[in-house]
Design a binder for this molecule. Structure first.
Ligand SMILES: Cc1cc2nc3c(=O)[nH]c(=O)nc-3n(C[C@H](O)[C@H](O)[C@H](O)COP(=O)(O)OP(=O)(O)OC[C@H]3O[C@@H](n4cnc5c(N)ncnc54)[C@H](O)[C@@H]3O)c2cc1C
Length: 387
């Protein structure tokens, strides 16, 4: 039995000072208006070169990121590992459009994989396809619109970077996950990921894709990948998430007049999320699974399913995953019971990870109850310590 309400275990790593700072931050994040104005002002100020990096660093950055460099993340990785919680180094620099940025991100991803190979606290790697190539190009390839000569060679370079990071993962013996992004660029990423799985996942899963179960076509996609893997003799790995771009997806579908790829409601997303997890567990001889969620019920269900299928908590094919700075009650209590737990640990220069931080801040105001949950648990623990 995992006791997700055990705040002593959940926050063992945090000093009283750290907990009070987190309480203050989540209180602020509970005000959507403030978050909106604050994020815009911070972005503007950073672009103007105003000296607010220190302020960002001491607040949201500290809560949700491990540091600006991998070396700065090392003490956090070490601390979490002490409680059985692992890390994924996530170079969270987003929204770049220049070739030089893509080359740099590919190199940092490879460096992170090599770092992981040296650090047992970092068992997995990750990258965002749009970190290695322009989103407009991914979109054009996904839509199967013809590329001109220049775009063809640009696309070859993107493919080459993806191939290189996958090869580096296998050489470092650190499995690598493709993050999932907007549906209109996803087909090209899925095809390339499948190509990498066919190439690398013969003996075990070195390459994982991500499926967003808020899309109504994803369950069929998971099923078809499992069937393909059976026929062709390779293994498939999936990080299963609900999906982070729902409003954007719905707005685009409406404005361009095509049917929304998003499920009709949350219940449908939850059902497909559960079913995808079940499917992957049913075929564990050919699959591996990372459950990326902050939903306690989803964790409960996966624990129960593993129990009923007699899958040991420490089976290397099943991981629970949360983001650093969030839902420590899930991560640390699951790890205390011997389950494989890994937290995304974002890193990168403060100014460059701002889009990631703004998403975290907005998510913590918009997702029903997340901030409330974090605050309640932090306060419960502070009270317990006082007693
Ligand atoms: C380790 C990790 C890795 C992640 N990687 C990715 C990634 O690669 N790509 C990505 O897109 N996201 C990713 N996410 C974010 C994830 O997709 C969710 O946005 C986030 O985790 C919230 O979902 P939940 O399962 O934690 O919680 P819940 O609070 O149970 O679910 C909230 C989610 O349900 C869905 N939802 C809410 N309302 C509705 C509705 N009315 N109709 C249909 N669906 C609805 C939305 O997806 C929403 O985000 C990741 C999350 C984690 C923890």
């Amino acid at each position: 039995m995992v006791d997700y309400a055990n705040t002593e275990i959940a926050f063992k790593m945090r000093s009283n000072g750290e907990l009070r700072r987190a309480e203050w931050l989540f209180e602020l994040l509970g005000h959507p208006g403030l978050v909106k104005v604050g994020s815009r002002t911070a972005l503007w100020a950073l672009r103007q070169g105003l000296p607010i990096q220190g302020l960002v660093r001491q607040t949201v950055f500290r809560q949700f990121c491990g540091g600006e460099t991998m070396d700065e993340c090392a003490p956090v990785i070490q601390r979490m590992k002490g409680f059985g919680v692992h890390s994924i180094l996530d170079y969270s620099v987003e929204g770049k459009e220049r070739e030089s940025d893509f080359v740099r991100t590919a190199q940092v991803t490879i460096d992170a994989l090599r770092f992981s190979a040296q650090h047992p606290g970092v068992p997995l790697g990750v990258f965002k396809p749009t970190g290695l190539g322009r989103i407009a190009l991914w979109e054009k390839v996904s839509a199967q619109r013809g590329l001109n000569i220049e775009e063809q060679s640009e696309w070859e370079r993107v493919r080459h970077r993806v191939q290189n990071v996958c090869l580096a993962a296998r050489n470092a013996r650190v499995p690598l996950m493709f993050d999932a992004e907007e549906s209109w660029m996803q087909d090209a990423a899925d095809d390339l990921c499948l190509e990498m799985m066919r190439l690398h996942n013969r003996e075990r899963v070195w390459v994982y894709n991500t499926v967003q179960m808020y899309r109504h076509d994803r369950l069929a996609y998971v099923q078809s990948c499992i069937e393909m893997s059976e026929k062709e003799g390779f293994k498939v790995g999936f990080k299963v998430v609900r999906g982070a771009y729902m409003e954007k997806e719905r707005e685009r579908a409406e404005s361009l007049g095509y049917p929304s790829p998003i499920q009709p409601d949350k219940t449908a997303t939850d059902q497909d999320y559960d079913r995808a997890i079940e499917l992957l567990l049913e075929h564990l001889d050919r699959t591996a699974l990372v459950a990326g969620t902050h939903n306690e019920e989803s964790c409960r269900k996966l624990v129960a399913l593993m129990g009923s299928r007699k899958i040991p908590a420490s089976d290397a094919r099943v991981w629970f995953s949360q983001l650093y700075g969030m839902s420590d009650n899930l991560s640390f209590n699951l790890a205390a019971e011997g389950y494989n737990v890994v937290k995304y640990l974002p890193f990168g220069p403060v100014a460059d990870v701002m889009p990631y931080l703004i998403r975290r801040a907005e998510e913590n105001t918009s997702i029903g109850g997340q901030t409330g949950r974090e605050l309640r648990l932090i306060r419960q623990e502070l009270k317990r310590r006082k007693r």
